[in-house]
Design a binder for this molecule. Sequence first.
Ligand SMILES: Cc1cc2nc3c(=O)[nH]c(=O)nc-3n(C[C@H](O)[C@H](O)[C@H](O)COP(=O)(O)O)c2cc1C
Length: 367
Amino acid sequence: MRKDPLHTQLCESLGIEYPIVAFTHCKDVAAAVINAGAFAVLGQTQSSPDEIAANIQWLREKVGDKPFGVDLVFPASVPAHGSPEELIAQIPKAQREFTEDIKRRHKIPPPKKTPELYDLGWVNKETPQKQLEVVLDEKVPVVASGLGNPGFFVEAAHERGMQVWGLVGKARQAKKELEAGVDLLVAQGIDAAGHTGSIGTFSIVPQVVAIAGDTPVLAGGGVTTGQHLAGALSLGAAGVWTGTLWLPCRESDVEMRMKERLLEATVDDTTFSNCVSGFTMRTLKSKWHEEWASKDAPPPAPAPYQLFLFAEIKQSGLDWDLPDFQTEAAGQGVGFITSMKPARQIVFDMVEEAHDAFDRVFGEDDD
Ligand SMILES: Cc1cc2nc3c(=O)[nH]c(=O)nc-3n(C[C@H](O)[C@H](O)[C@H](O)COP(=O)(O)O)c2cc1C
C-alpha cells in the first residue's frame, strides 16, 4: 500500500485534509473551502482595519477552530503615504491625457460611483501596516504577503503563534524570505492571475523547492485541476495555491456576467501587462489592454498611479455595462474551468482527479 500522496507536510502542519489552498476575496468561498477540508487565505488588501476585524470574526463563526489565513501586500515601491485624492493629483500628465483620449474615443461616461479600487490598501506603505496590526492582534493562524518581503513582521507573528507565508516569483526573492524566517513559500509562475513575475510555474517551483530545505513550498500559477495538483506535488511542492479557480464558483461574489465570461474563457484569453496596476499582472484581455499596447500609447504609469487610471475605467465599465472595458485577474488555468460548481465540489473533484492522475502513473493502489 502506498502512502497517500495528497497527505503532505502542509496537511500535517495545519491539520487539514487536502493540500489545496484557496486565495479568495470572498468570505463565503473561504468558509466553504475550509469546511471541505482544504485551506483558505482571505485577501484583505481592499478592506479597512475595522472590516478586516469583522471579516475575521465572521469566518471564525463559520469554521470554528479550523485554521485560515489572511493575505495583505507590502510593495516596496509605492509612496510612503498619501490619500487616494493626493495620489490621483500626482498621476503623470502623459498617462492621464492618454486615458482622457481613450475615454473620448470610446465614449466612456464618468462612473456613477466612486471606484472601489480607490480603497486598495497598497496604494501607499502606511495602510498595509494598519491592516497588519489587526491581523496580528487577532492572531490569525496564517498571514500571507502577496507582494514585498514579510521579514519585518516574522518575529511579531511567531511570538503570537502565527505562521508567515511569502509569495515569490524568483529564486533570489525566495532566498531573502527564507533568511527572514518565513514558514512557507508560495512559488508562483507567470501563468498566475494577478501580480506575478516572468518565470513559468514549471520552472520556478522546483527552483524554490531546491533551496527551501525543510520549509514547505506551494505551487501557484495556472493550477485549476487535480492533474495540476498531482504535477505540483511531483515537482516537490507540499500543495497548491490557487486563485482563479474560485472566481466563478457558486458561492463567489463575482458578478454573474463576469463569472460567465470566466467560464467561457480559454487559456488564450488572458494577457500579462502593467497597464492595470503599474505592476505586471495577468488578467483577462480587454480594450484597455489593446489601447495601452498600441503604438501611440505612453508606457503605463508606475504603481499605484496606473491603478487609479484603470479603476475609474473599470467602474464606468461596471456602471454603464461596457464589457470591452471590464477585466478581472485570471490565470491561464482559466481555460480548464468550464462549469459553476460549489466550492466544496471543486475541492473534492480536484482531490479525485489528483488520485486518478497518480493511479495512471503508478498503477491503482491495492487498498
Ligand atoms: C481576482 C484576483 C485577485 C487577486 N488579488 C490578490 C491580492 O490582493 N493579493 C495577493 O497576494 N494575490 C492576489 N491574487 C493572486 C492570487 O493570490 C494567486 O497568487 C493567483 O491567483 C494564483 O494563480 P491562479 O489564479 O492561476 O491560480 C489575486 C488573484 C485573483 C484571481
